[in-house]
Design a protein around this ligand. Structure first.
Ligand SMILES: Cc1cc2nc3c(=O)[nH]c(=O)nc-3n(C[C@H](O)[C@H](O)[C@H](O)COP(=O)(O)OP(=O)(O)OC[C@H]3O[C@@H](n4cnc5c(N)ncnc54)[C@H](O)[C@@H]3O)c2cc1C
Length: 423
């Protein structure tokens, strides 16, 4: 490669020898068939080396773009390189909606699904749980389609596969009818109210996010993303759960301006302009940052909030903001919400891995009793001996990997570390 290729945050410089942007599927098949080591790169929004390879790094962004919506089955087939934000606009124009979105619309569908990206909402699963079929170029260069219907036994391993079963060319996603939303934001929900009414707070909107710095006394900025009706102009109630209605736009990071964030203050609009926190035309979040996130069974929420609140002074020098969300259980083998309704603790850090690492060790120690599973695309320190027992289908995935990619073409350092070839 003639220039250093980095991830979005700039903390990872890819070690790939070559970078490709094939313009056709046959060209992609040839690259994969000929490669000894190959990985797909999405939009590069992951914070660790999950997309990296020493061999050929391939983007699917230049493949012919497909967004094929079938109103009869309420599904859409989309090329893997399309960004969620672009897909959402097209889906909405056709009168449909995706079930949920992550905090940013900038990420590719294939890349987001490969790492188990999620938003919030008691009834909302991680994004790849909406996938009913994937079209993948496998290790021998074949183009195969794997679907929920035709491959019920293994499908749970194929969708959230960390890029290690092949290069995803297209995905078919379930849709629902389009809907309207409003975002009402409340500052300063006190920790006592949060702990007393935790379930009520999270159940009170389609999607709820709490932002905090874990300092005492505990205060949580609470974003309610509510389904709304045409013509709903009711202003947000002045107070909710002990918090005060925000009087201007908010950004999750307190020092940054609300202009970069999606429309708030109770103004009703389409689902895809309210579900993400960040607008597509701006840099999401801060930019020079790192992120970490852990999902754990929801019943431990109060205990975990109390435990993190004890750590405020340790977190303060490196934390930009923390977010608490809920995620519904699903059946994808490597999902951090596999078979458990979950609570997610997210951390946006300053971009200083050396300062962040010892704090992660401490956070993981505190969350270990709750069997917290790290987000695959963010920064974590737990090794395979801690991570593998957290996944009931870990060995099934290991076997699927060995069967689909016997020569280890799609393996990289991270996959080798966490999914050693079974003996
Ligand atoms: C500002 C910001 C906010 C974020 N907010 C959220 C959030 O709200 N919720 C959340 O869960 N996460 C969030 N993330 C994390 C992000 O969603 C994930 O890291 C996601 O994987 C990024 O998608 P990507 O297209 O950039 O994938 P990449 O980072 O490029 O790749 C991720 C993985 O996908 C694989 N991959 C990519 N394309 C393909 C393909 N075509 N075929 C096969 N494998 C492929 C890669 O090999 C790699 O293993 C956020 C990240 C940022 C930077």
């Amino acid at each position: 490669m003639n220039r250093a290729l980095t991830n979005w945050a700039g903390n990872v410089t890819f070690g790939a020898a070559r970078y490709h942007e094939p313009a056709s599927v046959p060209e992609l098949q040839q690259i994969v068939a000929a490669a000894r080591q190959v990985r797909a790169l999405g939009t590069g929004h992951s914070f660790n080396r999950i997309a990296d390879t020493a061999g050929d790094l391939v983007s699917v962004a230049a493949l012919p773009r497909i967004i094929e919506l079938d109103p009869d089955t309420a599904t859409v087939r989309v090329s893997g390189g399309v960004r969620y934000g672009d897909l959402a606009v097209r889906v909405n124009e056709a009168g449909f909606a995706l079930r949920n979105l992550g905090s940013l619309p900038h990420i590719s569908v294939a890349g987001a699904c490969a790492t188990g990206t999620h938003g919030s909402g008691d009834a909302n699963q991680i994004l790849p749980a909406s996938v009913s079929a994937v079209e993948v170029v496998t290790a021998d260069g074949e183009l195969v389609t794997v679907s929920r219907e035709s491959d019920p036994d293994d499908f749970g391993g194929w969708v959230l596969a960390l890029g290690s079963l092949g290069i995803v060319v297209s995905l078919t996603l379930d849709l629902q009818p389009a809907f309207l939303m409003r975002q009402d934001i409340y500052d300063g929900v006190p920790q006592e109210r949060l702990l007393d009414q935790l379930d009520e707070i999270f159940a009170s909107a389609y999607s709820v996010s709490l932002f905090t710095d874990w300092q005492r006394p505990g205060r949580y900025q609470t974003w309610f993303k509510l389904r709304a009706e045409v013509g709903d102009t009711t202003p947000p109630a002045p107070t909710r759960f002990g918090g005060t209605a925000a009087d201007s736009g908010r950004h999750p990071i307190p020092q940054l301006t609300g202009e970069d964030a999606t429309q708030q203050l109770g103004v009703v609009g389409p689902w895809h302009e309210r579900l993400p926190h960040f607008r597509p035309e701006f840099t999401p979040s801060k930019g020079d940052e790192l992120q970490s996130e852990y999902l754990f069974p929801r019943e431990h929420a109060a205990e975990a909030i109390n435990a993190l609140s004890e750590m405020g002074s340790l977190l303060a020098p490196i934390l930009l903001v923390s977010e608490i969300r809920t995620v519904a259980a699903d059946g994808l083998w490597l999902s951090p919400a596999y078979h458990q309704d979950s609570m997610a603790f997210h951390f946006t850090w300053i971009r200083d891995l050396e300062a962040v690492t010892p704090v992660l060790v401490e956070i993981e120690r505190v969350l270990a009793p709750f069997e917290a599973r790290p987000h695959w695309g963010k920064v974590f320190v737990a090794g395979p001996e801690q991570v593998s027992p957290l996944y009931q289908r870990y060995h099934d995935f290991q076997r699927l990997l060995a069967r689909q990619d016997p020569s280890g073409k799609f393996r990289n350092e991270l996959i080798d570390r966490y999914f050693a070839v079974p003996g």
